[in-house]
Design a protein around this ligand. Structure first.
Ligand code: ZN
Length: 564
């Protein structure tokens, strides 16, 4: 997903304000450093309010979710563009992990449940906001597999930044119906177990639409069937685990063109008037895929292929069916997104949303609280693409151009179990954090192997930040926990304090919230850096450099520096 630009503009104003306020505070503050312990200004009060009951129902992984493991969905629906309605069923196969008589599913309260069937047996259910508790007449046994058919219908409401499910028309007045529901949840248009921890292993998607339209969904196209009543059913097979919100229908009078990258089928679907523009712009798909393959390994959804599909919103990382609405021009919505000239050299939406195939779709977070695993990593993938195409120096400039967008007001990782989506720092601070880790590793051969192995270790899995930290700790000689904790679980970034109290020497330490924080950093003169290993205790080193001449490699580490 791309960040919310409207909110971002507000954030930038706040950031400017914060910087100017800081300029006033710093002199007072640095005076204190000569004493034993500098005082840390108190963090601003949290802007995060209490969870609603809907947040809890959505975010908790309670007994009736934890008692089963999803195996397979077959979503089989008919979409009526005139009535703006949908009707059909989702067949849900799951394995019980405990003996129980109830499971928890989800469907938006405004959609009708027509019936829920276990074979020929109608099941009772209870609705609570968007949650649906399905009850079974006898105990479902742990280890056994069950299949239910969840029949539903109704008028999905267009909502949210990307529409939820939106019934629009194209420039020629033909229906153009799309879904994009990461924020709102897939419940807004189909019934499912709507959470992040558990994914089906495979999924079939069958969408019936008026025969003059096409439906492009996730996975491999299995064929279409004329239903004889003016409708045609389009069948797609997803052959990998998939996030609920990644499941997508895209219905329009699309033009199709195809290509191949080695054995990987590339399929592109755009409105007829944009065909020529798309053929030029989508040529970027191949070098993009090649770049990410070179860092992480094969494209994750080889059997399903890779698609780009035109939509009326900016774009979304729908698995193997990336949706695109960036106007067939470079940059992000026709502007230099990072303000340093590099963004205009490539199509931001093609690179960012496709980057999510590796981080977000293949490697997925198990709770929205840890969504930096999607957005921090994918924003970092943008810089890796820049590095592959335009070189290391441009990549470092690109990463650092994200600094003004960081707010540092709330930790990146939010409270778990209440479906609390992190603030936008997960994108930009997440990226600057990963670039910092690269500098801490201080050996690119090791770093490239590490990031590749993170991907290979966790692909097709739903993980938490602790899994990433454990992996880093097991693969290197360093305990990364305090570093991850400071950047992801605290609002403030580390401040490197340098004190020049005696001629010929310098005292230095980290000022952080994490007492155990210890991180090497390059200081001295550009091109001739010295690596020092500050901790949160003062150390003293001899130096011929003074307060004005001592530099710190702040392009390589996302830190503050205070000199006194
Ligand atoms: Zn994203």
């Amino acid at each position: 997903m791309v960040h919310d630009q409207i909110v971002l503009r507000t954030f930038r104003c706040i950031a400017v304000l914060a910087v100017s306020t800081l300029a006033l505070i710093v002199p007072l503050w640095t005076v204190n450093i000569k004493g034993q312990q500098a005082s840390t200004p108190p963090p601003p009060p949290s802007t995060i309010g209490p969870p609603t009951r809907a947040d809890l129902l959505r975010g908790q992984y309670g007994r009736y979710r934890a008692n089963n493991d999803l195996l397979f969905y077959h979503l089989d629906i008919r979409v009526d563009p005139d009535k703006k309605s949908i009707a059909g069923k989702n067949t849900i196969r799951f394995r019980m992990l405990a003996d129980d008589t109830r499971i928890q599913l989800d469907l938006a309260a405004n959609l009708n449940i027509d019936k829920v069937m276990l074979g020929a047996t109608p099941l009772k259910y209870e609705r609570d906001l968007d949650t649906v508790y399905v009850d079974f007449p006898s105990t479902l046994r742990s280890g056994r597999e069950y299949t239910i058919d969840f029949h539903y219908s109704g008028l999905p409401q267009e909502q949210g930044r990307f529409g939820g499910m939106a019934f629009r028309t194209d420039g020629a007045g033909h229906p153009w119906i799309t879904t994009a529901c990461e924020d709102e949840g897939a419940r807004v248009w189909w019934p499912n177990k709507d959470q992040w921890r558990d994914e089906v292993e495979r999924m079939q998607i069958s969408i019936a639409v008026p025969s003059d339209l096409m439906d492009i969904s996730n996975g491999r196209f299995m064929g279409k069937t004329d239903l004889g009543d003016g409708y045609t059913r389009w069948d797609w097979l997803v052959q990998y685990p998939i996030n609920n919100y990644s499941v997508s229908v895209n219905i329009a009078r699309y033009e199709h063109f195809a290509d191949k990258l080695d054995d990987l089928p590339l399929d592109f679907y755009v409105l007829p008037q944009n065909l020529e523009k798309a053929k030029r712009q989508f040529a970027q798909a191949k070098p993009m895929l090649e770049a990410f393959r070179s860092y992480f390994g094969e494209y994750p959804f080889e059997k399903d292929g890779f698609k780009l599909i035109e939509v009326p919103y900016s774009g979304m990382e729908h698995q193997s069916a990336v949706t695109y609405g960036n106007g067939f021009v470079n940059g992000y919505l026709d502007r230099d997104w990072t303000g340093i000239g590099i963004s205009l050299k490539f199509d931001f939406i093609i690179v960012h949303e496709s980057g999510h195939e590796w981080f977000g779709n293949a490697v997925s977070a198990a709770d929205v609280s840890d969504m930096w695993i999607h957005e921090g990593w994918t924003t970092y993938l943008e810089s890796l693409y820049v590095e592959k195409m335009f070189g290391h120096d441009e990549a470092i400039r690109y990463v650092n151009s994200y600094k003004p967008k960081v707010q540092n007001r709330e930790p990146i990782i939010t409270q778990r179990g209440i479906h609390r989506q992190p603030q936008q720092d997960m994108y930009f601070k997440g990226t600057l954090f990963l670039n910092t880790l690269r500098s801490v590793v201080n050996d690119d051969t090791t770093w490239w192997a590490l990031v590749r192995d993170v991907y290979q270790q966790f692909k097709y899995r739903n993980i938490m930040t602790e899994d990433v930290v454990r992996f880093f700790n097991s693969r290197t000689a360093r305990d990364w926990t305090p570093i991850f904790d400071q950047y992801l679980r605290r609002s403030a970034i580390p401040t490197l304090q340098l004190a020049f109290n005696e001629p010929g020497s310098m005292a230095y330490r980290w000022k952080t919230d994490e007492r155990a924080f210890a991180m090497p950093v390059r200081i001295g003169r550009p091109g001739n850096w010295t690596i020092v290993e500050p901790t949160t205790d003062w150390k003293v080193m001899p130096t011929s450099l003074g307060k004005e001449t001592m530099d710190v490699a702040t392009d390589l580490y996302y830190i503050n520096v205070e000199k006194s």
